[in-house]
Design a protein around this ligand. Structure first.
Ligand SMILES: C[S@@+](CC[C@H](N)C(=O)[O-])C[C@H]1O[C@@H](n2cnc3c(N)ncnc32)[C@H](O)[C@@H]1O
Length: 289
């Protein structure tokens, strides 16, 4: 919950918005007054009657049902996971690149309803943010919520993305390569490579083999999936939706770091991380080789 001082700051931002401040001016002010977590609490609470001007200017949060459908969680519990990832992103970018995320050009690939993109406003102005997803529903949810920045629909098996090439300081795909088929993984990693800046950082999440055991849906076949993971470095269970020319591109996926290193030589693994809030999403930091 927001402390009294933070609520006062949000009220000031609301007054600024009522006087006609731009969204960038409001974000700049909020960045100086709120922690990342407080900013997140505000973003997930919108629209709200006590801040009417801010509620007109800033994106509305997705419904709990939409949040659950995309991520399995909602509300503050999900915000805890989101913030853990965003803090790891900011920390590792600073550690590996000696730069902060402030002002960085960032792509959220497979953005869903814009869960993580909403948190990026804490660091960089909307013009520098690209939220991209192949699912028309995801893109519509972002647009209908009033998300600002660049929102675009990509292909399920992309050769390139609707964004500038060689341009992104940071690209990330959270809970995307935990779902893509081998072909969709190949296509996406090669498309992302075209858009990363020479000194950029790509962050993806992958699932460890334990995932097949902890997901009760797969527990009966866990040994088979783990054996596939160990033998090939990659295991995939299609969901049967999102078929492209008859091929299922979406399901549940686990992969190893060795698989990434051996199959995608135009990317180099620079580091890994994970957070207790969501231990089956392992973060992998990749640099263009
Ligand atoms: C589990 S959701 C995660 C959404 C978002 N990244 C988040 O963490 O809230 C997976 C997202 O990946 C998108 N997706 C599905 N197939 C994809 C593909 N081939 N390339 C990129 N994204 C894909 C889905 O449309 C969906 O929005």
């Amino acid at each position: 919950m927001l402390l009294t001082d933070e609520t006062k700051s949000v009220a000031e931002a609301d007054a600024m918005a009522a006087r006609g401040a731009t969204i960038n001016e409001v974000f700049a002010f909020l960045r100086t007054r709120l922690s990342l977590d407080a900013f997140g609490l505000l973003m997930i609470s919108l629209p709200r009657a006590d801040f009417p001007a801010l509620s007109k200017l800033l994106p509305r949060m997705a419904s709990d049902e939409t949040q659950r459908n995309f991520t399995g969680n909602c509300g503050k519990v999900l915000l805890g996971q989101t913030v853990s990832f965003v803090r790891a992103l900011a920390y590792n970018y600073a550690a590996l690149r000696n730069r902060s995320l402030s002002g960085a050009r960032i792509m959220d690939y497979g953005c869903g309803y814009g869960r993580i993109s909403r948190m990026l406003y804490y660091y960089t102005d909307p013009e520098a943010i690209w939220a991209v997803d192949p699912w028309d529903l995801a893109v519509s949810l972002c647009r209908e919520a009033g998300m600002v920045g660049n929102i675009a629909q990509s292909d399920y098996l992309p050769t390139s993305l609707p964004a500038p090439e060689a341009a992104f300081d940071v690209m990330f795909a959270f809970s995307v390569f935990t779902h893509t088929s081998r072909n969709a993984t190949n296509a996406a990693l090669s498309a992302l490579r075209r858009h990363i800046a020479p000194n950029g950082l790509l962050v993806i999440t992958i699932r460890p083999p334990e995932y097949w055991v902890v997901n009760p849906e797969y527990a009966p076949q866990a040994d088979a999936f783990k054996a596939k993971h160990d033998a090939d470095g990659f295991a995939f269970a299609p969901h049967g939706r999102d078929t492209v020319e008859g091929e299922a591109t979406y399901g549940d996926t686990s992969m190893t770091l060795d698989f990434l290193a051996q199959n995608y030589p135009d990317w180099r693994i620079e580091g890994t991380d994970w957070a207790l809030a969501d231990p089956y999403q392992r973060y992998v930091f990749l640099t263009p080789a």
